[in-house]
Design a protein around this ligand. Structure first.
Ligand code: FMN
Length: 259
C-alpha cells in the first residue's frame, strides 16, 4: 500500500470522535463539509437525500434523549441529519401532473416503494460518508448516530418530515478534544472473511474462531461466553435495538401504504 498517498492515509487514520473541543466550526468549514456530501455519487444524479443542520440547542438536547441518551449530540459543534428523501421528486411529479398523465394513459401512478427507500438510503449514506471524509481532511472529527432511526414519530414531528422522507443517519462533527492519535484505531476482521472472489463464502466454526481470535471485545467475556453472546444479548436485544425495530417497521408501513 502506498503510505505516501494522503487520501489513503486519511481513510486509514480516521477514527470515530465522540469528544469535541469547544472550538466552533466556521461557516466556510461547514460549507466545505456539506459540499463534500453533495459531490458524492448519487443514483441517476437524482440526489434522493436532504440534509438538515440541527442548530437549535434545545433540539440537540432532545436528540440526546431520543437517540438512546447520547450526550455527545448536544456537545457537538455541528450536527447534520441525513434524510433519505424521495419526497422532493414525488412533489415535482405531482406539480408536473404526472399522475394525470398516467391516468390518461391508463397507467397506475406509482407512489414510492421499498426500492426507492433503499436507493435513497444509499444516496444519503454515501453523501454522509463523503461529509465524514471532507471533515477529516480539515482535521474535524465525526461520529455517526445510528439511533436516529429510533422514535420515528418523534423525529418526523420534530423536523417537519413529510411522508417519503426517512431519517437514515445523524452525524456529529467537531474538532477532537485532546490528541486524537491517542484514541486507538479500532480493529477489523481479517480481509479474507470480508472480501470474497466471485461467490459468497459461508464461514465454518473454525473460521469464526480465527476471525474473532484477536478481537479486543474478547476481554469482556465471562466464563462460557462467546462474542455471539455479547452481540446478541447486549446489543440485539437491548432496549434501543427493540425500539429501532419498532420504529423502522412503523416507518416502512407508512412509506408503503397505498394512498
Ligand atoms: C451506521 C452507524 C451507526 C453508528 N451509530 C453510533 C452511535 O449511535 N453512537 C456512537 O457512539 N457511535 C456510533 N457509530 C460509530 C461506530 O461505533 C464506530 O464506527 C465503530 O465502533 C468503529 O470505530 P471507528 O469508526 O473509530 O473505526 C456508528 C457507526 C455507523 C457506521
Amino acid at each position: 500500500m502506498d503510505k505516501k498517498n494522503e487520501t489513503i492515509n486519511l481513510i486509514n487514520e480516521r477514527r470515530t470522535i465522540r469528544a469535541y473541543s469547544s472550538r466552533k466550526l466556521t461557516e466556510e468549514e461547514i460549507n466545505t463539509i456539506i459540499h463534500s456530501a453533495m459531490r458524492a455519487p448519487t443514483a441517476g444524479n437524482m440526489m434522493f437525500y436532504s440534509i438538515i443542520q440541527v442548530k437549535d440547542q434545545e433540539m440537540k438536547e432532545k436528540l440526546v434523549k431520543t437517540c438512546d441518551n447520547q450526550p455527545l449530540i448536544a456537545k457537538a459543534p455541528l450536527v447534520l441529519l441525513f434524510l433519505a428523501d424521495v419526497q422532493r421528486w414525488w412533489d415535482y411529479f405531482k406539480i408536473s401532473n404526472i399522475d394525470d398523465q398516467c391516468e390518461k394513459e391508463k397507467n397506475e401512478f406509482q407512489t414510492p416503494q421499498e426500492s426507492d427507500l433503499l436507493l435513497a438510503s444509499c444516496d444519503a449514506l454515501i453523501a454522509a460518508q463523503n461529509a465524514v471524509i471532507g471533515a477529516e481532511a480539515l482535521g474535524i472529527g465525526s461520529c455517526y448516530i445510528g439511533d436516529i432511526m429510533e422514535n420515528y414519530e418523534v423525529h418526523r414531528e420534530m423536523f417537519n418530515l413529510p411522508r417519503w422522507v426517512f431519517p437514515i443517519t445523524l452525524l456529529c462533527f467537531g474538532y477532537p478534544r485532546g490528541d486524537k492519535e491517542k484514541i486507538p484505531l479500532t480493529t477489523r476482521f481479517p480481509q479474507k472473511y470480508i472480501h470474497f472472489i466471485n461467490r459468497y463464502e459461508s464461514l465454518t466454526p473454525e473460521d469464526f474462531s480465527d476471525m474473532l481470535k484477536n478481537d479486543p471485545r474478547n476481554a469482556q467475556l465471562k466464563e462460557g461466553e462467546s462474542l455471539a453472546h455479547i452481540a446478541y444479548f447486549k446489543k440485539l436485544t437491548a432496549d434501543y435495538s427493540i425500539e429501532m425495530r419498532r420504529s423502522v417497521k412503523a416507518a416502512l408501513k407508512e412509506w408503503t401504504a397505498k394512498e
